[in-house]
Design a protein around this ligand. Structure first.
Ligand code: NAD
Ligand code: DAU
Length: 342
């Protein structure tokens, strides 16, 4: 079996490649990644020279390149992780989000149709459903909840989902979609909440919490997400959508406090800063389809997963120091400079 993984040098894609290469040593994995600011070949350094792995630096919007890869590799399965993934950046500049997340997906769908792949899997997000109020813990999103995205990022992901479903209905492309909640774990780029807070705390820098800090996210360890995608590509039904969640809702401020406690750092580092525009209040997923159809549920508890993630960042300082000493600081200054002065 040959699997084409797009965006495999990013956070979840690289974790997925490690997971699959360990579990299925006889599969061939081909990865295409543009190596944007979020892509990092260091995430893949232990597999780069493996015989059953091929890395291609390239853009999923580059139709000629994508068709050439399909022609050469004849993938059985395509898994599309490639995306611009950060909400704050989508608020700053939406264009590239629409280009990569929608038009890039279209190129991959066209190629999947032309070369008759057996499965095209789209890695989507719970953010396509919009948000839920804090005072209705009874409400959760199911796979048939309406799409009400709030940010340019989530609108681009929702658009891609609709396109994927349209290619299934119109052209019979064998697709599946998974919509996952907030991931955390090794190799996560430090613009995202958990690694940003770990790294700032380690450097005794202020921890910028948006708004009142009561926004709720449902956290899942990236390994549990990878396991669920593995199940869906092998056993999922064509044309179906699957919610993947951690059943682990936490207010941001509680997550930040847990990180500080674990690192032995004082809560005085916390700064409440100007809120993210359009900030979604709460995400919560109903994952009964994954449970009923496949007996899957997340295995890694948040306490255990957060501890091991903090340990990973402590043991892999050079990985994140290289990032924060580069272009990242310009982004940090743009995003947080004024906010932290207020
Ligand atoms: P990430 O930003 O860490 O990685 C994205 C990867 O895609 C990078 O390696 C980047 O170089 C690559 N890429 C970007 N544009 C590309 C292009 N035009 N062509 C080829 N490669 C390109 O993102 P992530 O957090 O690993 O997310 C991966 C996928 O999972 C995304 O589709 C995201 O929407 C989805 N998702 C993420 C989460 C989360 O919590 N991080 C949750 C649910 C779904
Ligand atoms: O829900 C899945 C989504 O989770 C994915 O689709 C996205 O790709 C991924 O980036 C993530 O989106 P969020 O916006 O939820 O993640 P982020 O880490 O940016 O923020 C998590 C919460 O923490 C959110 O409520 C905003 C808040 N936050 C974030 C940052 C970076 C802060 O309070 N301060 C910060 O500095």
């Amino acid at each position: 079996m040959t699997i084409l993984v797009t965006g495999g040098a990013g956070f979840i894609g690289s974790n997925f490649i490690h997971y699959m290469m360990e579990k299925y040593p006889d599969y061939k994995i081909v990865c295409i990644d543009k190596l944007t600011y979020a892509g990092n070949l260091r995430n893949l350094e232990t597999v780069l020279d493996k015989k059953n792995f091929r890395f291609i630096k390239g853009d999923i919007c580059d139709r000629e390149l994508v068709y050439r890869i399909f022609e050469e590799e004849k993938p059985d399965v395509v898994i599309n992780f490639a995306a611009e993934s950060h909400v704050d950046r989508s608020i700053e500049s939406p264009d590239i989000f629409l280009k990569t997340n929608i038009l890039g997906t279209q190129v991959l769908l066209d190629a999947s149709r032309k070369y008759n792949v057996k499965r095209f899997h789209q890695v989507s997000t719970d953010e396509v459903y919009g948000d839920l109020p804090l005072d209705r813990s009874d409400l959760k999103f199911t796979e048939s909840s309406p799409l009400r995205p709030s940010s340019p990022y989530s609108a681009s992901k929702a658009s891609a989902d609709l396109l994927v479903l349209a290619y299934h209905r119109t052209y019979g492309v064998p697709v599946t979609i998974s919509r996952c909640s907030n991931n955390y774990g090794p190799y996560q780029f430090p613009e995202k909440l958990i690694p940003l807070m770990i790294i700032n705390a380690l450097n005794d820098r202020p921890l910028p919490v948006y708004g009142d800090g009561r926004n709720v996210r449902d956290w899942i360890h990236v390994k549990d997400h990878c396991e669920a995608i593995d199940i869906i590509i092998h056993r999922g039904k064509e044309g179906e959508i699957y919610n993947i969640g951690g059943e682990n809702e936490r207010a941001n401020i509680d997550v930040v406090r847990m990180i500080l406690r674990e690192l032995g750092k004082p809560e005085s580092l916390i700064r409440f800063v100007k809120d993210r525009p359009g900030h979604d209040r709460r995400y919560a997923l109903d994952i009964s389809r994954m449970k009923k159809e496949f007996g899957w549920s997340p295995k890694i508890s948040f306490e255990e997963g957060l501890k091991s993630t903090i340990k990973w960042y402590l043991e892999n300082r050079s990985w994140w120091e290289e990032i924060i000493n580069g272009e990242y600081m310009n982004y940090y200054e743009r995003m947080y400079g004024e906010r932290l002065k207020e």
